[in-house]
Ligand binder design. Structure first.
Ligand SMILES: Cc1cc2nc3c(=O)[nH]c(=O)nc-3n(C[C@H](O)[C@H](O)[C@H](O)COP(=O)(O)OP(=O)(O)OC[C@H]3O[C@@H](n4cnc5c(N)ncnc54)[C@H](O)[C@@H]3O)c2cc1C
Ligand SMILES: NC(=O)c1ccc[n+]([C@@H]2O[C@H](COP(=O)([O-])OP(=O)(O)OC[C@H]3O[C@@H](n4cnc5c(N)ncnc54)[C@H](OP(=O)(O)O)[C@@H]3O)[C@@H](O)[C@H]2O)c1
Ligand SMILES: Cc1cc2nc3c(=O)[nH]c(=O)nc-3n(C[C@H](O)[C@H](O)[C@H](O)COP(=O)(O)O)c2cc1C
Length: 645
């Protein structure tokens, strides 16, 4: 029999080759693929896929998989392929998920011996794009199908006339989103399409991730690594001509990132407690901040972090894994004609009773099209199939708006479906984020949150938000709640303690600014600070009123303007106060102030942005276009940061 490996001038001894030949037939396809890539990377194989390279070793294994195997060196120091192992990972991320995943990809690539430039889209110099050979984009979608703030300038560049042709670029996109939004993963889809239009070659198909993105993202990363190693092994580098000059240029991409803010170390250590391993934090306090007679309920939730080792910074958020309302769970079980004790699979948590699974592990309050079409398949309901059919999006949207699984089961008479199969279709319970309202310097073992209860009446039923309802109605001191810290590098106090800050945060948007001022008080930062805050009524809705007053008196907060929208016949909002203080506000910006906006994304953040543009135009004697460009520059310098939801 012809041995699978033969010696020519290979780096192996005869004995090693014999050992490898004995080993090869015992390997799985995946193991063989890996070995092929590994040998190729070592320079031991001229060409993979069974073709003997000059003076090399021939292997029957084809294709290649992960670059590292436990116990073996992660990657060889030298590679024989003509093309350097260079990759650029760009992320566009508002609340940090994409940034974290981009970091994970960079780390994996580095472990596989790749030289990686990891960079925020905002800090990436677009004129370097044409020099990038292997481009990986991780990007989320926000607003109504819009790019996250730190992706806007790159998005516009790529979709504009100045975008270069990219015939020498390979790429792949990981898109983050949420299937409950109409424009699911729109920004990722846009990047994917545009890169193809510019002539770049898709190395691995785009993956669109729902809120439970871990598995899909990990799978995409594995496929990216496999594809890259396969390219190396196949000598495909030669398919894309790369001059040695380009090597230097690609390296310059990493060196050429504007500023350092977006340059992220790929090797930051993972915390012990994380999204996949949440910490069970004890509730230390849970009080209503609104006064009697208010039509709103806002909980000041204090969680103990004792023993967790968790660290946070102002601007970060805590993510809470909530429980569904037990009354809703029981009603769903009854409507489905199920037994609460029926056994179902709940991923890593194993086999659970249906009630336990629906209480803690699965989402039952959101109807997405993918979910409804799968339920239609399971039930065979023609009416449901029609509702979820493509072309029927508007009717679906109208139906799904404000309805949950209980409505669906009842409206379509879905009873007696196999519980275990039904549960398999549900999305995992997503965690909810809450801006941190405390400084860890002042509260080393605690974290404060400001959570407003979502409550409304729709389709004849009173409904509460899953997490805010859980916190407001059922969480008591002494209870434990699964959390993790969601770092947000895009919403941070300036490094310079003397830099002025302008904080615009009506409603719960004020939460991170409580943390900012507390932190500045602790560190003795001397920079001026100005808060624009508003809510409905002065008497009942002035969150943290006494603390703001104390900080104003002590000088920790320099200035505060408030807008209570329902105390006067005409509504007054924070942007009205900003416009009234236009001259001073512009002067602060001219002095180098960083402007922060937090809270409602749909209306407030847009109107506040309009107000900022109007102020810059009016006070700076600029046209609207020029004022927009000033704001874009502020964004690029990290001097206009938003945390909006
Ligand atoms: C980075 C970030 C920071 C955040 N910080 C805070 C914070 O500090 N404080 C805070 O309170 N929240 C904050 N949020 C929002 C928070 O994460 C949750 O989205 C919020 O608490 C609602 O979650 P829930 O589970 O209670 O409601 P869900 O069960 O998720 O229900 C919310 C949904 O209910 C529907 N809905 C709400 N009101 C109505 C209505 N009147 N009519 C019909 N439908 C309606 C909407 O579809 C809405 O999306 C933040 C979000 C992000 C992304
Ligand atoms: N994504 C989610 O699941 C989710 C869940 C909960 C909340 N949210 C969002 O989070 C936002 C924050 O909620 P919140 O309860 O803290 O505060 P809020 O509803 O934003 O209210 C705070 C203050 O802002 C005012 N306001 C309303 N429209 C405004 C505008 N266009 N510009 C400036 N101010 C405006 C309100 O006035 P009036 O009320 O008198 O008009 C009120 O005085 C909500 O608007 C909601 O959209 C999202
Ligand atoms: C205010 C807001 C708006 C969003 N809009 C969309 C959307 O239009 N389409 C979508 O697919 N996902 C949308 N999402 C979901 C995010 O893309 C998803 O949470 C993603 O994981 C966030 O990644 P990031 O942390 O990197 O920004 C939205 C999320 C928020 C908070």
């Amino acid at each position: 029999m012809t041995p699978l490996l033969q010696v020519n001038n290979s780096p192996f001894t005869q004995q090693q080759i014999e050992w490898l030949n004995a080993l090869l037939p015992t390997l799985t396809e995946g193991q063989r693929q890996w070995l092929s890539g590994y040998l190729a990377a070592l320079g031991a194989v001229g060409h993979a896929a069974g073709t003997a390279g000059a003076g090399g070793v021939q292997t029957a294994a084809t294709g290649v998989a992960p670059a590292a195997l436990a116990g073996t060196p992660a990657a060889p120091a030298t590679v024989s392929a003509a093309e350097p192992k260079e990759a650029t990972v760009l992320f566009g991320s508002q609340t940090g998920n994409g940034q974290r995943l981009a970091g994970q990809l960079a780390k994996k690539l580095e472990s596989a011996g790749w030289n990686v430039a990891l960079c925020s889209m905002r800090d990436f110099k677009p004129n370097q794009l044409k020099n990038v050979r292997n481009l990986f984009i991780v990007v989320s979608t926000h607003g109504d199908g819009d790019p996250p703030d730190n992706a806007v300038s790159f998005y516009e560049f790529l979709h504009g006339k100045r975008a270069p042709q990219l015939p020498d670029t390979r790429f792949s996109v990981l898109a983050l989103g949420d299937t409950s939004y109409d424009k699911f993963c729109q920004t990722g889809k846009d990047f994917d399409k545009r890169l193809e239009e510019l002539g770049a070659k898709r190395l691995v198909p785009r993956v669109d991730c729902d809120v439970d993105y871990d598995e899909a993202a990990a799978d995409w990363m594995d496929r990216v690594l496999e594809a890259l190693v396969r390219l190396q092994a196949e000598g495909a580098a030669s398919a894309v001509a790369v001059s040695s000059g380009a090597v230097a240029q690609v390296s310059a991409v990493a060196a050429g990132m504007a500023g350092t803010a977006g340059a992220v170390p790929a090797n930051s250590a993972e915390p012990v407690y994380s999204r996949s391993n949440p910490f069970l934090a004890e509730v230390a306090d849970n009080i209503n901040l609104n006064g009697r007679g208010s039509d709103r309920e806002t909980r000041h939730l204090v969680l103990s972090l004792e023993g967790s080792g968790l660290v946070y910074e102002p601007g970060d958020a805590v993510a809470i894994f909530p429980e569904n309302d037990p009354r809703l769970v029981d009603a769903v079980i009854e409507a489905g004609g199920w037994s609460p004790e029926a056994k179902v699979e709940a991923g890593k948590s194993g086999t659970l009773s249906l009630r336990e699974a629906l209480l803690r592990h699965f989402e039952i309050t959101v109807l997405t099209r993918p979910l409804v079409s799968q339920i239609a398949e399971l039930s065979g309901s023609l009416k449901l199939k029609e509702l979820a059919a493509s072309g029927n999006e508007e009717a679906f949207k109208t139906y799904a708006d404000g309805r949950d699984l209980l409505d669906l089961l009842q409206d379509f008479g879905l009873t007696g479906l196999p519980a275990a199969d039904f549960v398999k279709l549900l999305r995992k319970m997503p965690a909810r984020q809450y801006s941190i309202a405390s400084s860890q310097l002042a509260h080393p073992d605690e974290v404060f949150l400001t959570i407003r209860k979502v409550e409304y009446e729709r389709h004849g039923r009173r409904r509460s938000g899953v997490c805010s309802g859980y916190v407001a109605e059922r969480l008591e001191p002494g209870d434990r709640v699964p959390i993790y810290i969601h770092q947000n590098p895009n919403f941070k106090l300036p490094a310079d303690p003397l830099a002025p800050i302008i904080m615009i945060g009506p409603g719960t948007g004020v939460a991170p600014f409580r943390a900012f001022i507390e932190e500045r008080e602790e560190t003795g930062a001397g920079g001026k600070s100005w808060l624009f805050y508003g809510d409905r009524r002065f008497r009942t809705d002035f969150l943290y009123q006494t603390e703001w007053q104390r900080w104003l008196a002590s000088g920790a907060l320099t200035r505060m303007d408030v807008a209570f929208s329902r105390d006067t016949p005409e509504k007054v909002y924070v942007q009205h106060r900003m416009l009234e203080r236009s001259r001073d506000l512009y002067a602060w910006i001219e002095e180098g102030a960083v402007v922060y906006v937090c809270g409602d994304e749909k209306r407030m953040a847009r109107d506040v942005e309009e107000a900022l543009i109007a102020i810059i135009a009016r006070e700076g004697g600029k046209s609207r276009i020029e004022a927009e460009s000033v704001l874009a520059d502020l964004k690029a310098q990290n001097r206009y940061q938003r945390d909006v939801y």
